[in-house]
Design a protein around this ligand. Structure first.
Ligand SMILES: Nc1ncnc2c1ncn2[C@@H]1O[C@H](COP(=O)(O)OP(=O)(O)OP(=O)(O)O)[C@@H](O)[C@H]1O
Ligand SMILES: Nc1ncnc2c1ncn2[C@@H]1O[C@H](COP(=O)(O)OP(=O)(O)OP(=O)(O)O)[C@@H](O)[C@H]1O
Ligand SMILES: [Mg+2]
Ligand SMILES: [Mg+2]
Lengths: 257, 257
């Protein structure tokens, strides 16, 4: 049975898309069968995996949510063996407003995924920077949530807000939703703010925080302009090695569950 | 008559809040009378200006949008002479869903501001990382929009999406909305990606792009944890100097209008 993990944090620019793309690629490199669902109208995960904007005019995750499409109708192979994607199309921008007056609006994604993920081991959902109906659909459909945390003050401040929201969702919509883990991203050893954010996060969340820390590494931010994950663009760089380690740590955690 | 400028970009983490806080402070230092409106449920602009979460339990921008409050009811002084704020309270999270079925839902902020800004020269609206009803309200109420652009590939990719949205808003809701300018943020001279993003943005947008570029500067990201703008936290650092220059360039542009 596939394990569905939402990659979410309402704070913008903390590394959600970068983590979804590169962790998924690293898991596929470990022979796991992986699906990414791009639920962000910006479509950065789709672009970062080489899908051209033209290929994404219709369908994709919008069709799953609004038009009752099945996974089989919308899934697309990527250049990475073992990694498929449900891309984000432009019409996803309007999906949140369209969903508001629909019945079962929070359960649309869960209904589209239930029982149809047989060929995957892991499903990662890339969420937009908000706690609106798109992210809510992801959190209701997910078994667990992974939270990228940029080592900055505003990102730290947003965590308590996110945790309160997760508690509300567990109570109202998805009792089995758990925190899969928190991942520190864009860590720069020269910046003492990173050290103090790390201490705060580990102090508060303990073992929920991954030991693997993703360093700030310019090659990571160059890779998407070539439509490639960092593991393909520059396997030996620090960023790629960190995501490989993160995949290993995730698999160990999942086996111990 | 107050000039209302929305600071907006649906891409997350590009420096919207940092620009709103520090540009507003620099304008106040130039003896302009300035108001910031925090329209982001994260409330980062409120925190970055020293307003404690406890002070923000009710009212603020939520009351302007949903409860028909006036500016006078919700405005709060900051520690910076000449700079006031309408803070974001926690209930702003629910505002977007509450607005959907309201009449005139896109015009709520404009109606609350019209004719009531007499004591201000500039109003800056800090927007959330999305193109939902909160940002839409800001763009309908604004005279112009300032777009912070992080020097990264995903931020560049989002610009065409933002420009299409601005055109739609001008046609449907606010014919006089103009692009006040684009500001390059978190520029790191050692990172060649920044140079190529700068070339692309200046090539496409020409004079709309501010000559002042905001450098990546760790002091800028430290300041919010002390509840202070960078101009107060460390006036002499590169980040503070850049925002002072940006304010000067904005005032020159505004005088030439
Ligand atoms: N480890 C890293 N080192 C350097 N740059 C990084 C790293 N991780 C992410 N970035 C860059 O930082 C920016 C923000 O990352 P990303 O877009 O993945 O965040 P996000 O949380 O998905 O943003 P949004 O909230 O807009 O969805 C991107 O330009 C990305 O290339
Ligand atoms: N010039 C700079 N140098 C270094 N760090 C910066 C700079 N500008 C912003 N930052 C930091 O980068 C992060 C993102 O900036 P900020 O929160 O202002 O972006 P935003 O666009 O408002 O994000 P959101 O989309 O979540 O609203 C913050 O932690 C901020 O402190
Ligand atoms: Mg993203
Ligand atoms: Mg912000």
């Amino acid at each position: 049975k596939a394990r569905v993990i939402a990659v979410a944090n309402q704070k913008g620019g903390v590394g959600k898309t970068t983590t979804a793309i590169n962790l998924a690629t690293a898991l596929a490199a470990c022979d796991e069968r992986v699906l990414i669902i791009d639920l962000d109208p910006q479509g950065n995960a789709s672009t970062g995996l080489g899908l051209d904007r033209m290929q994404r005019t219709r369908g994709g995750s919008y069709s799953l949510l609004i038009e009752g499409a099945t996974i089989a109708d919308v899934v697309v192979e990527t250049d990475i063996p073992g990694l498929d994607i449900v891309p984000a199309s432009v019409d996803l921008v309007g999906a949140e407003l369209e969903l508001v007056n629909e019945g079962q609006r929070e359960y649309r994604l869960r209904a589209a995924l239930d029982g149809r993920l047989g060929q995957y081991d892991y499903v990662l959902i890339d969420c937009p920077p908000a706690l609106g109906l798109l992210t809510l659909n992801a959190l209701v459909a997910a078994n667990a949530v992974m939270v990228p945390v940029q080592c900055e003050f505003f990102a730290l401040e947003g965590l308590s807000h996110l945790m309160r929201t997760l508690q509300r969702i567990t109570r109202a919509f998805n009792a089995s939703l758990e925190i899969q883990g928190l991942v520190l991203t864009m860590y720069d050893r020269r910046n003492k703010l990173c050290g103090s954010v790390e201490n705060d996060v580990r102090g508060f969340f303990g073992d929920k925080v991954y030991r693997t820390v993703i360093p700030r590494n310019v090659r990571v931010s160059e890779a998407p302009s070539h439509g490639k994950p960092i593991l393909v663009y520059d396997t030996r760089c620090q960023g790629a090695q960190a995501y490989i380690k993160l995949a290993g740590e995730l698999l160990r955690r999942e086996r111990q569950r």
